[in-house]
Design a binder for this molecule. Structure first.
Ligand code: K1U
Ligand code: ZN
Length: 169
């Protein structure tokens, strides 16, 4: 297993549209293992392949306290989203240290393949629903700060660019 570098906002590669996974093969299994290790090491509850510069429809999630209930979503699709929305505090491993409120459907139904390529039906609410919607946005090339006001987004962009320059010094 290996850690993979996570792309940081505003890296334009985060805006690429992910393509469907063509085959759940050894390469995808290796990527799943590496993404899970990377997510756990970064103390995240989710990670999309787009964030590690792989533009294929693959997401890993673990919202358990014990960090031992990994959920693997290959080619996920949201098939139903509640009209009821909730405002939730979100963070992102590609925008470290920034947290802000985003309004999303409070419940969703999704389909996806699991690690063995088997179809799974997922019904989610609460943090899991928020996390699935956040990760699926990444697959569409969307980062949560795009829901914030242009003023907030520009402040975050400036801060991230400054931090990246300081890291290079
Ligand atoms: O996609 C990512 O960058 C991972 C992200 C997932 C996420 C967290 C919170 C709401 C929606 C999606 C994170 O794991 S951020 C770090 C984190 O562990 C966290 C932040 C806020 C609340 C709960 C967890
Ligand atoms: Zn994110």
């Amino acid at each position: 297993m290996a850690l993979i570098p996570i792309l940081l906002y505003p890296d334009p590669r985060l805006n690429k549209l992910a393509k469907p996974v063509q085959a759940v093969d050894r390469r995808i299994h290796q990527l799943i293992d590496d993404m899970l290790e990377t997510m756990y090491e970064a103390n995240g509850i989710g990670l999309a392949a787009s964030q590690v510069d792989v533009h294929e429809r693959l997401v890993v999630i673990d919202i358990s306290q014990e960090r031992n209930q990994p959920l693997v979503l290959i080619n996920p699709e949201i098939v139903w989203a509640s009209e009821e929305k909730h405002l939730n505090e979100e963070g992102c491993l590609s925008v470290p240290g920034i947290y802000d409120g985003v309004e999303r459907s409070s419940a969703i139904k999704a389909t996806a393949l699991d690690r063995s390529g088997k179809q799974q039906n997922i019904e989610a609410e609460g943090l899991l629903a928020v996390c699935i919607q956040h990760e699926m946005d990444h697959l569409l090339g969307k980062v949560f700060v795009q829901y914030l006001s242009p003023l907030k987004r520009n402040r975050i962009k400036t801060k991230m660019i400054k931090l990246a320059r300081e890291e290079l010094r």
